[in-house]
Design a binder for this molecule. Structure first.
Ligand code: NAP
Length: 201
């Protein structure tokens, strides 16, 4: 199943590599195609190619690895026709620029805002509870981190959970998209809890 990733930052680069290592065809898109090309050259993964955002949007499954505070909603609004009928894996936590709080009100999640912006796209929340550095060392205490997966579309949720087969995580059906309000805000708390296994979950 081909996956298009938008953005070459901490999460985009790692999730692209993870899916490519699991045997999926992955295209990682960047606003600057040269940045995507040099990342792909460094990673040397057979299943991973570089492209623009438009090229990555051709994939049936699209994962934007972009912050809400960097204008993700406006970018997705422009991409709405290209995303119709596709599955979008939403990994956003709507942090402000100093990570002290969220930019969304208490009674809405960024996942719900994305779903409202893309009413004809199957939005599945995942990886929200996984810190970027967990991808570099996913295993701990003889186990691996849970990935909480949320969606109102059961088939799309199942597809995303199956996509994780062969990746070093345990995928947990965590209910409907409204649960993103809790899953996203757990990330504001997780760092304060002083769990010895943090940032693993
Ligand atoms: N960091 C974490 O531990 C973590 C954990 C869970 C979820 N998340 C979520 O994952 C998403 C990405 O986080 P990240 O830590 O990977 O962010 P990041 O390192 O800052 O990367 C974000 C990428 O977004 C792209 N982008 C598109 N428009 C942009 C703009 N106007 N300004 C800046 N960058 C822009 C850039 O890629 P190009 O230049 O290649 O286009 C950039 O590399 C966020 O929604 C975040 O909430 C992060």
């Amino acid at each position: 199943m081909k996956i298009g990733i938008l953005g070459t930052g901490r999460m985009g680069s790692r999730i692209a590599a993870m899916y490519a290592r699991a045997g999926h065809e992955v295209i990682i898109g960047s606003r600057d195609i040269q940045r995507a090309r040099s990342l792909v050259a460094d990673l040397e993964l057979e299943m991973l190619t570089a492209g623009s955002y438009d090229q990555a949007l051709d994939a049936p499954i699209v994962l934007p690895a972009i912050f809400m505070r960097d204008g993700l909603l406006a970018q997705l609004d422009k991409m709405r026709p290209a995303l119709e009928g596709k599955t979008l894996i939403d990994i956003t936590n709507p942090f402000n620029s100093n990570y002290s709080d969220f930019t969304t009100p208490w009674d809405v999640s960024s996942a719900e805002q994305i779903a409202a912006t893309l009413p004809r796209t199957h939005v599945v929340g995942a990886f929200k509870n996984v810190w970027w550095n967990t991808f570099d060392r996913p295993d701990f205490n003889t186990t691996v981190s849970d990935v909480l997966v949320i969606s109102d579309d059961q088939r799309a949720k199942q597809r995303v959970m199956e996509l994780g087969s062969g990746t070093p995580f345990n995928y947990v059906d965590s209910g409907p998209l409204i649960n993103a309000r809790t899953v996203e805000r757990m990330t504001l708390l997780a760092e304060q809890l002083d769990y010895s296994f943090f940032p693993r979950a």
